[in-house]
Design a protein around this ligand. Structure first.
Ligand code: NAD
Length: 331
């Protein structure tokens, strides 16, 4: 089997490509390297360029006519940037995805897996979501994901392509074999800031302590990126069963089903490191949300997938990766 991974030189796409390779599936990568890293595409067929570039995508399919499915991870993903520059985000994430869809249809693609996000949901009061939860994106970034899902569903209803949207929760960790991980030196999510605080020997700030959670801090569903990659393998395997007959598009949550609060994340982090990180408290930052976790069983029942790694293992792999990232990316 051969799979085109758009955005395959990014954090998640490169992990998916490694998981494909390990499973005997050949990944072909297209990535503009706007945030991705060429080093992450090493060892795979790689095309540097944009998903909206028709001649490039035609060349990929001319040189790989045996591509069976496409995994579309290519997007810009920084929420505050999307608030500051929504035109860029709609152009990059929505307009280019429309163009990409046209190029895929022209090249006879029948299976598309789309990287969507749990950020499109309005959580219930208990902060859980499932695939039937209300769609209510809280940022331009999240809205680009919801718009793309709806757009792909319309296209799949009319054209001979089927689309599976995987709604990721909060990826952490790195490839357990340390081939790839988060390319950013200073990630802005809670685990990234914890690692930074640990490295710098300064306290970690819990921003927001009055959320309706068990300890007042925000809650997330941390999914190990290797488990996330494994969900794509399961999706490829089960694609024709999940999307058959009149079902031309659907969405499945990919999370652990367990919520972890920021304070619990700190406790887990301090159980792994030598010198524990101290904590200070601060008010919520503008745009912060309480968070959510999945209570859906669809990924388990329909894809036969379940997460294998704990939050502690995700933290351990993130720390291991942070220690070698500069060497991997420099070399
Ligand atoms: N990281 C998260 O927390 C998270 C959560 C939910 C969903 N997602 C989705 O997962 C996907 C991958 O995210 P990531 O965390 O790996 O981000 P990333 O920035 O590491 O990866 C995105 C990749 O896409 C490439 N790219 C962007 N626009 C492109 C274009 N027009 N043409 C070709 N390549 C392009 C970038 O160079 C990069 O390699 C995104 O679609 C994102 O919306 C991410």
């Amino acid at each position: 089997m051969k799979v085109l991974v758009a955005g395959g030189a990014g954090y998640i796409g490169s992990t998916v490509a490694s998981a494909c390779g390990d499973a005997g599936i050949t990944p072909v990568i297209v990535d503009s390297l706007v945030t991705g890293r060429r080093e992450f595409a090493a060892g795979h067929a790689f095309y540097a360029g944009d998903i909206a570039d028709g001649p490039l995508i035609d060349r990929v399919f001319a040189e790989h006519p045996d591509i069976d499915a496409v995994i579309h991870c290519a997007a810009l993903i920084v929420v505050p940037d999307s608030v500051a520059d929504p035109v860029r985000y709609y152009r990059e994430n929505v307009a280019k995805s429309v163009e990409f869809a046209g190029h895929l249809l022209r090249n006879g693609v029948r299976r598309l897996i789309f990287s969507s996000s749990a950020a499109i949901y309005r959580p219930r009061p208990d902060l859980t979501v499932d695939e039937d939860s209300a769609i209510d994106p809280q940022s331009p970034y999240a809205r680009t994901k919801a718009v793309c899902e709806a757009m792909f569903a319309d296209i799949a209803a009319a054209q001979p392509i089927r689309v599976l949207s995987l709604r990721y929760f909060n990826p952490v960790g790195a490839d357990p074999k340390m081939r790839t991980g988060l390319q950013l030196a200073r990630p802005t999510h809670a685990l990234g800031k914890l690692i930074q605080a640990h490295t710098d020997g300064v306290p970690f700030q819990v921003t927001g302590t009055d959320y309706p959670t068990r300890d007042g801090s925000g809650i997330r569903d941390y999914i190990h990126v290797w488990d996330l990659a494994a969900a794509h393998l399961a999706a490829l395997d089960r694609f024709d069963d999940v999307l058959s007959g009149p079902v031309t598009s659907t969405a499945i949550n990919v999370g652990t089903g367990d919520g972890t609060t920021v304070r619990e994340l700190v406790t887990a982090f301090n159980s792994v490191v030598d010198v524990p990180v101290a904590v200070t408290e601060a008010p919520r930052r503008p745009g912060d949300v309480a968070g959510a976790y999945t209570r859906s069983e669809r990924a388990r029942s329909e894809l036969g997938w379940q997460p294998r790694y704990s939050v502690v293992e995700g933290i351990r792999h993130s720390l291991q990766w942070a220690a070698i990232r500069d060497d991997v990316l420099a070399g």
